[in-house]
Write a protein that binds this ligand. Structure first.
Ligand SMILES: Cc1cc2nc3c(=O)[nH]c(=O)nc-3n(C[C@H](O)[C@H](O)[C@H](O)COP(=O)(O)OP(=O)(O)OC[C@H]3O[C@@H](n4cnc5c(N)ncnc54)[C@H](O)[C@@H]3O)c2cc1C
Length: 511
């Protein structure tokens, strides 16, 4: 089959959908080809046990950009807003924080936390201004690029001498040193470390963990919410918005190859042999998959191939879903506490120790966990009186020494359960069914190379001007008509819509 589209988008992840809707609203004829049966990519809800549904990968919303909401006129259906983070203590002396407020810590820690939060919010806000536009190109004489760089310098300087120095000091630093200097409560340090390392191959002592923390803060100042019906409802809304704007979406349509004719794209070929033509192809698939597999090195310059091949993207976050016949008991917990975001990260040392084995291809025997019970706020997810527990578990390295065989899986499930059991003594009596998604499973189910949260590690050497690689951070790839729009581009992963929106505007600008 041959048809002519103004643009073809490979992948209906939330970024692909945002990109498609913006292009279509400007009158472009857009086709989206999605490998899976469902749209949404890693932002989907699905049943994992009879009558029990869950956000199958991303489960909490904290980075979705107001600019995207405004441009697409979206009305998000949020079932629970402003979730608190509760860092669990075995003896019930949990600490809670949200939106700059904290409880369960000493007065000293409370004061330090307020100061820390204020500063991080300010630095996050600075970063946020730059999330919603393509980064400037370095080393050009183009006035727009020069202006943007000058503005960035000015914005940093404008914070005042002390804050500017502090920003520059912190940006490449590890969060461990900063937390050690400021706080005494180990739970607080464990919680904030976890905020910094989620989705990365980094421990609290790794450089760049302040950057990852700031990126999180840059989303919605750290405010967390839970979409009704799980993350899939957000993707469904984006799918409807795209369709209503005229986008054609074909699911179960995996793209095998990007077609290239004399250095320019001419369309794509699907796995079942269908050919779709367009002089603009935009990939929501990750950079490595797009360039190394869908395009192929023979079309690429050697230095570029080398850089893309070296783009680090080995996932470290696993997802675990539990169907529960009742809620577990947690020491000194109120009913409403089950609606919040719970962390099992008793200290920053615990988090660092959990990271250590991952460096050598082993999973954490004592993993760091982010736990939610979405069915407590949203009864559409489980049968009456029953519940769903959704857990992100780190560290679960993609490149496990033994390749995630049954034994590895069993060991990691046991490790997750024993971490849970310390705080939920009756958890074994509650579990009806369970499902583990390792980064390898995530790669298979969501077609993300390495199963990486951000489609590529989030560190200064893969950030902003050099994301995914130096010279190609403006969404356009080194083949005429080929663009990226997924999390592997600026600004990075998380459910933000920013990559898709920025890419769409670059493409529209080029006509
Ligand atoms: C375990 C885990 C938990 C996470 N939790 C959170 C969270 O709580 N909150 C948060 O904000 N973020 C979270 N994230 C990160 C977030 O899910 C991703 O950053 C985000 O989904 C990326 O969106 P995307 O649209 O760029 O890409 P994706 O969601 O990966 O979508 C890409 C789409 O392209 C399709 N595709 C790929 N190749 C092809 C092909 N050849 N042909 C056709 N289609 C193709 C895929 O099937 C997919 O639908 C989590 C990530 C992981 C791994």
């Amino acid at each position: 089959m041959t048809d002519k589209f103004d643009a073809i988008i490979i992948g209906a992840g939330h970024n692909g959908l945002v990109c498609s809707a913006i292009l279509a609203k400007k009158g472009k004829k857009v086709l989206v080809l999605e490998a899976n049966e469902q749209t949404g990519g890693a932002a989907v809800s699905r049943e994992f046990h009879d009558g029990f549904s869950v956000s199958a990968c991303a489960h909490l919303l904290y980075q979705f950009q107001p600019d995207v909401i405004k441009e697409l006129n979206l009305q998000l259906d949020i079932v629970k807003d402003n979730l608190e983070t509760i860092v669990l203590a075995e003896d019930g002396s949990h600490i809670k924080y949200s939106d700059g407020k904290i409880s369960g810590v000493s007065d000293e820690d409370e004061k330090s936390f307020n100061k820390f939060h204020k500063r991080m919010t300010k630095f996050g806000a600075l970063l946020k201004t730059y999330l919603n536009k393509p980064p400037a190109r370095l080393g050009t004489k183009n006035s727009k690029d020069l202006l943007m760089l000058a503005k960035l310098g000015f914005d940093i300087r404008r914070m005042g001498k002390t804050e500017m120095r502090e920003f520059l000091r912190l940006i490449g630093m590890n969060i461990h040193d900063e937390l050690e200097e400021r706080f005494e409560n180990p739970l607080l340090k464990g919680g904030l470390s976890t905020d910094a390392i989620m989705g990365t191959h980094l421990g609290p002592r790794s450089p760049n963990t302040i950057l990852t923390y700031l990126y999180r803060m840059a989303g919605c100042e750290g405010k967390i919410s839970l979409p009704k019906g799980g993350m899939g409802s957000l993707s469904n809304m984006l799918t409807e918005t795209a369709k209503n704007s005229g986008v054609e979406i074909k699911t179960n349509s995996e793209v095998k190859k990007i077609l290239i004719n004399e250095g320019s794209v001419s369309g794509v070929e699907s796995k079942n042999g269908d050919i779709y033509s367009s002089s603009v192809v935009i990939s929501n698939a990750d950079p490595k998959k797009t360039m190394m597999h869908l395009v192929g090195p023979k079309h690429l310059e050697i230095r570029f191939t080398h850089r893309i091949d070296n783009f680090r993207m080995k996932g470290n976050a696993a997802k675990m879903h539990f169907a529960l016949n009742k809620l577990p008991k947690i020491n000194k917990f109120k009913d409403s506490d089950f609606e919040q975001r719970l962390l099992i990260a008793p200290s920053e040392h615990y988090v660092e120790k959990a990271f250590n084995p991952a460096k050598y291809g082993e999973s954490s025997p004592k993993p760091v966990l982010e736990v939610t019970f979405p069915s407590v706020s949203d009864n559409s997810l489980a049968p009456d009186g029953k519940h769903v527990m959704s857990v992100i578990a780190q560290y679960a390295p993609y490149n496990m020494k033994s390749g995630w065989n049954e034994e590895d899986r069993g060991e990691f499930i046991a490790a997750i359960k024993s971490a849970l059991r310390l705080h939920m003594k009756d958890i074994d009596d509650c579990i009806l069914a369970e499902e583990l998604l390792t980064p390898l499973d995530i790669e298979r189910e969501f077609h993300i190379t390495g199963g990486h949260w951000h489609h590529g590690e989030f560190t200064l050497d893969q950030f902003m001007f050099v994301r995914p690689v130096a010279g190609f951070s403006q969404y356009k790839m080194p083949i005429d008509g080929l663009y990226l729009c997924g999390a592997g581009t600026h600004p990075g992963g998380g459910i933000s819509g920013a990559c898709g929106r920025n890419a769409a505007h670059v493409i529209l600008e080029k006509g």
